[in-house]
Design a protein around this ligand. Structure first.
Ligand code: C5P
Length: 237
């Protein structure tokens, strides 16, 4: 099957497949239709099914976003990226709070081993608010911390970021098109928000500057995932 880029204009849809049953996941990927190009594999599925599962999804003609949020000493992160580079993946995440040196090693490893791989920095997890940051000794607001880490990521030449669609416009206004922005927390009009607090529709997120949107439950919990995929892509157009 051919893998296509950019069928939706400037903003692409990524399906976050956060379910723990491999055969159901594969069935869902098949039912999601050919207009969906990207699947996000997170810690849950990767820990359970490993590299073989990544290859299986790729063999179905999908691009893979491996969301491992690497955070360790520079040498370990660089080596993990070298190992991940052997997989058919197109995006991989690291934590920007691993610091300058870790990110420099990460970028170098990605460039050495898989130049086409989009390395994305995660700034502040959306589960962390100002109080939670204070609890680990970060005495500035979550928003300030996001922009400080974004500036550091920019300095070391990271070319992608995961960020809330609410931050996307500001990141674009400061850093132009340096970063590919990947935005979770997206809900099609009328969809249940679930535990997401600061949500946005696909179109609004794209207008705010998101290059990719990540949608999980509204698609994989739907009776007819393919029709939700179609309506999200329609909204993006
Ligand atoms: O089901 P839902 O659409 O809320 O899924 C969103 C996906 O994006 C999940 O895989 C979640 O882990 C991920 N994510 C997020 N917020 C972040 C980073 C990642 O919701 N800040």
């Amino acid at each position: 099957m051919t893998k296509n880029f950019d069928q939706t204009g400037n903003c692409e849809l990524i399906l976050a497949l956060d379910i723990d049953d491999r055969s159901k996941a594969i069935e869902l990927v098949k039912r999601s239709g050919e207009s969906l190009n990207w699947i996000k594999i997170g810690l849950q599925m990767f820990t359970k099914y490993g590299p073989e599962y990544v290859r299986e999804i790729s063999d179905l003609g999908k691009k893979v976003f491996l969301d491992l949020k690497l955070h360790d000493i520079p040498n370990t992160v660089a080596k993990a990226i070298a190992s991940a580079s052997e997989l058919p993946i197109d995006m991989l995440t690291i934590h920007t709070c691993g610091g300058r040196e870790m990110m420099e090693w990460a970028v170098r490893s990605q460039q050495d081993h898989k130049p086409d791989l989009q390395l994305l920095g995660v700034t502040v997890l959306t589960s962390m608010d100002d109080e939670a940051l204070a609890g680990i000794g970060v005495n500035r607001s979550a928003a300030e911390q996001v922009f400080a880490l974004t500036a550091l990521a920019s300095d070391v030449g990271l070319s992608g970021l995961v960020c809330s669609p609410h931050e996307a416009a500001k990141v674009k206004s400061i850093h132009g098109n340096q970063f590919k922005l990947v935005a979770p927390g997206i809900r099609p009009v009328g969809a249940d928000a679930g535990d997401q607090k600061r949500i946005m529709t696909p179109r609004l997120a794209a207008e705010q500057g998101a290059d990719f949107i990540v949608v999980g439950r509204p698609i994989y919990q739907a009776e007819d995932p393919e029709s939700v995929v179609k309506s999200v892509l329609e909204d993006l157009r």
